[in-house]
Ligand binder design. Sequence first.
Ligand code: DGL
Length: 194
Amino acid sequence: MTPDAPIGMFDSGFGGLTVARAVIDLLPHENLVYIGDTGRYPYGNKPADEVRRYARELAHSLVEDYGAKMIVVACNTAASVALTDLQAELDVPVVGVVEPGARALVRVTHNNKVGVIGTVGTISSGAYVEAVRATGANVTLTSAACPGFVEFVERDQTTGDEVTVLAERLLAPVRAAGVDSLLLGCTHYPYLAA
Ligand code: DGL
């Protein structure tokens, strides 16, 4: 493996490009290969076993077909259910987005009430509950699944009444909990926050 081998990244669609942007900004001299699995998106409403299978296929392809020297799982849903398997079966480092997000979340809160939103798959996996617990921080976490957000982003519909009405309904529990810090636990969501 040569140092100029690419970093491999994948997501169900173009949401992971928000992570690619951050990697490019931090490591401008690295080459990247990015796969957006738009043929099988969305992942967030699929059973964990199916998402795990897709994640394994894509990660193996990035290493075996594109010579990736490391993998960034730029999808919270895939990272929530497949990171441990990928780390066990690939010979290159594999990093996800859940643990770094959880660490950042507990660092920025002032009132120790934090929130995370994500796909149904991510939230129901419990990955963020576990990752926040693993930080050891004394915080109360409120989680909310936001079905529909990803579909808006993939349709390039990021503003307007429909988005606002859905967001107000789905974010009501985190608002009611009085969180002062909210983690966008899906790589598509920054497009809605912009
Ligand atoms: N962008 C992905 C995530 O971070 C998945 C969205 C989806 O395909 O439902 O969870």
